[in-house]
Design a protein around this ligand. Structure first.
Ligand SMILES: Cc1cc2nc3c(=O)[nH]c(=O)nc-3n(C[C@H](O)[C@H](O)[C@H](O)COP(=O)(O)O)c2cc1C
Length: 315
């Protein structure tokens, strides 16, 4: 999620969701072309499997971006056809690409030439005033001609004019039934449901018919929910999270990253919700918020902030 997630967030989420497939925020082909690629694309192998989400609409540029990214070891690539922001529309990619399924198919064909890794497309169910069901059917079947079978679908349409990106994630109604019908008509496709999934119950209900779920805002705003959400996706009982191990790994990562010039706050800003819903959640949040911007902040801050919280949980 642009402006929210980054490699440090992924490292943290991986500690809480060991089996999930993690997606990068959208990285545009232009950004990759102009670099610096290390800052944009490098990540820690412990985050794997990680999918790089690309923003672009030119087959050649997407293929070139993948050839550059291949050196970084991504597990696969996704093409963004769901972002409605003005900036993205000016570049003629994101959600407005849904109006050009043949172009998307050609983009995916070019991406396929550049890599043997798994490819997917993330889209909405439609744009503007289209009749969603036939529009989505045509979009998906056309793109699938490129040999793509995985579609991550945010189950609401995007309005390209008049709504902000934030409103476009809240105002158009969620229509899971339409995505479910698509999956039922196309058992050969892997439809991954996205949009508004917040509880293990939501995930379990979706997994009755979907081949996967993608979770955005809830994962970021309430990372403590990740273990139970992941367990629901795999139809397992909720796990007992080993917070002592999570804290130890996080503290070590802060120290290691500091050695590479990454300030502690760049990592810890993602972790304020680690203990949400548990005793000591506020103390953790407050200690980190107060101290993480200090130039001296390091792994020790994580251990110190967590100690009273872990003690309370053990009691
Ligand atoms: C701040 C923010 C940035 C986002 N950036 C991206 C992005 O880069 N690529 C993308 O496919 N979706 C992006 N999204 C959309 C989410 O991936 C997701 O489709 C949407 O929030 C609905 O799912 P949710 O209800 O689980 O959050 C973003 C969402 C937010 C809140």
């Amino acid at each position: 999620m642009m402006d929210w997630t980054d490699r440090h967030c992924r490292f943290f989420h991986r500690l809480l969701a060991p089996r999930a497939l993690l997606f990068s925020e959208m990285v545009t082909t232009g950004a990759i072309r102009h670099g610096p690629t290390d800052r944009l694309l490098a990540f820690d192998a412990r985050e794997q499997p990680v999918i790089l989400q690309l923003g672009g609409s030119e087959p050649d540029e997407l293929a070139a971006a993948i050839r550059t990214a291949e050196a970084f070891g991504y597990a696969g690539y996704d093409l963004n056809c769901g972002c409605p922001s003005d900036r993205v529309q000016k570049g003629r990619f994101g959600a407005c690409l849904m109006a050009e399924p043949e172009r998307v198919r050609d983009c995916l064909s070019a991406m396929r030439e550049a890599t043997a890794k798994p490819l997917s497309v993330k889209s909405r169910i439609g744009i503007d005033d289209v009749d969603e069901a036939p529009f989505l059917e045509r979009f998906v079947t056309t793109v699938a001609e490129a040999g793509i079978d995985t579609f991550v679908i945010h189950a609401r349409k995007a309005w390209l004019q008049g709504l902000s990106p934030k409103q476009n994630r809240e105002v158009p109604p969620l229509r899971y039934a339409l995505v479910e019908a698509l999956q039922r008509h196309h058992p050969e496709l892997r439809i991954v449901l996205n949009g508004g999934l917040r509880t293990p119950g939501d995930v379990a209900r979706a997994m009755r018919w979907a081949k996967g779920v993608m979770i955005g805002r809830e994962a970021y705003q309430n990372p403590a929910s990740l273990p139970a959400l992941e367990a629901a996706a795999w139809n397992r009982p909720p796990p007992v999270t080993d917070f002592t191990a999570v804290v130890a790994a996080l503290a070590d990562y802060v120290d290691q990253s500091r050695g590479q010039g990454v300030p502690a706050a760049a990592i810890l800003r993602h972790t304020l919700g680690l203990f949400n819903g548990r005793p000591g959640a506020r103390l953790w949040r407050r200690t980190l918020s107060d101290e993480m911007r200090s130039p001296l902040a390091a792994g020790d801050l994580v251990r110190r902030a967590a100690a009273p919280v872990l003690e309370r949980q053990a009691a």
